[in-house]
Design a protein around this ligand. Structure first.
Ligand code: GDP
Length: 138
C-alpha cells in the first residue's frame, strides 16, 4: 500500500555535510520525495514536535540539540514507507544499528543520530502536519 512517512535530517548530519549522502540513500531505497525544506527551529518548536517524550530524562538535551542548527524535514512516499524507512534508518543507538543503515553510516551517538523517521501512521500524520501545509503536499 502506497504510504507517506515523515523524516528529518537532524542538525548533526546537516553540520557534517551528510545531507546529500543521506538523501541519496533514501532515493536509492525507492522513496519518492514528496516535500522537502531546510529550516532552523526554536527550542519551543522542538519541544512541540517531541512532546510525547516530554517526561523522558533526555527531553531537555534532545530539544536543545534539535534546535542547534538547520534541519531538513521531508515527506517521503513508497509502499510500506513507515516500516521501510525505520529499517533503512537503523536502531536509535548507532552502536546497535545494522550494517548498511543510515545511522550506522552517519550517526555519532544515541542522541546525535542523523535522522528521524515516524514510527506509526498516527505519528506520521501529526509530524507531516507539524512541518508542512496541505498545499505543499499536493
Ligand atoms: P527513534 O524513534 O529511533 O528516533 O527514537 P525515540 O523516539 O525513542 O527517541 C527520539 C530521539 O530522542 C532519538 O532519535 C534520539 O535523538 C533521542 N534519544 C532517544 N533515546 C535517547 C537517550 O537515551 N539519550 C539521549 N540523550 N537521547 C535519546
Amino acid at each position: 500500500m502506497l504510504q507517506r512517512t515523515f523524516s528529518i535530517i537532524k542538525p548533526d548530519a546537516f553540520r557534517k555535510r551528510y545531507a546529500g549522502a543521506i538523501l541519496a540513500e533514501i532515493e536509492k531505497a525507492g522513496f519518492k520525495i514528496v516535500a522537502i525544506k531546510r529550516l532552523s527551529i526554536s527550542k519551543t518548536q522542538a519541544e512541540g514536535f517531541y512532546y510525547v517524550h516530554k517526561d523522558r530524562p533526555f527531553f531537555p538535551s534532545l530539544t536543545t540539540f534539535m534546535s542547534s542548527g538547520p534541519i531538513i524535514p521531508m515527506v517521503l512516499e513508497k509502499d510500506n514507507a513507515i516500516a521501510d524507512l525505520r529499517k533503512l534508518m537503523g536502531a536509535t543507538n548507532p552502536a546497535n544499528a545494522e550494517e548498511g543503515t543510515i545511522r550506522r553510516k552517519f550517526a555519532a551517538s544515541i542522541e546525535e543520530n542523523a535522522i528521524h523517521g515516524s514510527d506509526a501512521e498516527d505519528t506520521a500524520k501529526f509530524e507531516i502536519g507539524y512541518f508542512f501545509a496541505g498545499y505543499e503536499l499536493a
